[in-house]
Design a protein around this ligand. Structure first.
Ligand code: HEC
Ligand code: HEC
Length: 316
């Protein structure tokens, strides 16, 4: 048994890369919001678009170039690709997400640079001690380096970035924004839309729930955290749907509030050890404020309709 546990621990330390500049990685500007036209003139909305190009040195090993696809996939889950029109495709003008370094440097985007066979890592003389993610500022842009001492280590770091960082954020933000919309629909007593939003698999189910399903992470959670995940899931997927069916606005608001407190318990460490150990990137996170405003939620109490008492904290 002890040996087995040791294996698990070694397994973890092997798969988790060195996160140099931890909060810069967590706060990396992977996406941005852009206004998009929605058909009728003068009608627009904000959509998430990639703010990065995934890149590699011209002489990089092919197996590492292939790792770019995983990262691009999860970035695609996070963004809505409205930037491409059939006309652009016909003209061969595809704004590409994966480019060799020389081309990537011609864009003004931040870079995710995979591997070490490239002039940036060489010129800066950067040495890696193991699978590593590291953010540097270079000639006016941010670069997230995906490095290691050999291709296996670099691949490990690239996969961690794809699944555990970009993939996780894509899900967490979808959940977050749906959660805010849910509050707005309850306010408007639009109970059937609220129910649909909870049922929508691409809507309200990622952060806490995904984390409870992610086996390796779950193993590390102490029992009090598992309890919070369970409580959140029961409120969101069982209790709120029940009161929505009875069209009880006051009860629904109370339950929603209880669910928000579970977010804060993990993020801010209320009564438990703080689990989210960084302040989110304001540019990405503040979209929830815009959603609240668009739905008219800020009219009476401003941000205080949700940020009050133990959920008062709202500073980036
Ligand atoms: C079991 C604890 C837990 C619960 C409950 C929880 N979260 Fe999280 N959440 C986390 C952790 C831990 C992270 C940071 C993960 C990491 O290191 O990237 C996170 C990250 C996030 C992020 C991404 C932030 C960023 O900048 O990357 C969002 C958005 C988010 N959570 C939304 C929510 C919402 C909304 C709720 C409540 C409905 C919630 N979470 C409930 C633990 C939790
Ligand atoms: C509909 C409810 C709602 C409204 C209205 C709202 N928020 Fe939030 N806000 C949330 C939820 C839920 C979270 C928890 C997710 C998290 O911590 O990432 C949150 C988190 C935050 C955070 C992250 C706190 C931290 O340090 O982790 C900031 C900052 C914030 N809100 C600012 C604001 C501001 C400013 C306004 C008003 C303009 C506002 N919010 C309006 C629901 C709301």
């Amino acid at each position: 048994m002890r040996f087995f546990l040791l294996l698990i621990i070694v397994g973890f330390s092997f798969s988790k890369p060195i996160l140099e500049s931890f909060s810069q990685i967590k706060r990396f500007p992977f996406i941005t919001y852009k206004e998009a036209w929605t058909g009728t003139p003068a009608q627009s909305r904000e959509v998430a678009v990639p703010a990065v190009v995934i890149t590699y040195g011209e002489k990089e090993k092919k197996e590492l170039v292939e790792e770019a696809v995983n990262i691009a996939y999860f970035l695609g889950q996070w963004t809505e690709d409205v930037g491409i029109t059939p006309r652009m495709v016909r003209k061969g003008k595809l704004p590409s997400l994966i480019l060799p370094l020389s081309k990537a440097l011609k864009t003004d985007k931040n870079l995710i640079l995979i591997g070490t066979r490239n002039k940036i890592v060489k010129n800066l003389n950067i040495a890696f001690r193991g699978p590593t993610l590291k953010v540097i500022s270079w000639q006016g842009r941010k670069i997230l380096l995906v490095g290691g001492r050999n291709p296996t280590e670099i691949k490990g770091a690239a996969r961690f970035l794809a699944y555990r960082i970009v993939g996780f954020k894509a899900g967490a933000y979808k959940t977050f924004f749906s959660f805010v919309k849910l509050r707005a629909m309850i306010e408007k007593e639009d109970f059937s839309s609220a129910l649909n939003l909870i049922k929508d698999p691409s809507g309200l189910s990622a952060c806490g729930k995904n984390m409870s399903l992610a086996a390796p992470m779950m193993l590390r959670f102490p029992p009090e955290v598992k309890k919070i995940v369970k409580e959140r899931n029961i409120i969101l997927y069982k209790k709120i749907p029940q009161v929505l069916r009875t069209k009880d606005k006051e009860k629904a608001i109370k339950l929603w509030r209880k669910a928000m407190i579970t977010c804060y318990r993990c993020h801010q460490g209320l009564g438990i050890k703080r689990l989210r150990r960084f302040i989110p990137n304001e540019n990405i996170h503040s979209k929830h404020q815009k959603i609240a405003e668009d739905f008219g939620l800020l009219k009476k109490e401003g941000c205080g309709i949700c940020h009050k008492g133990i959920t008062e904290i709202r500073g980036y």
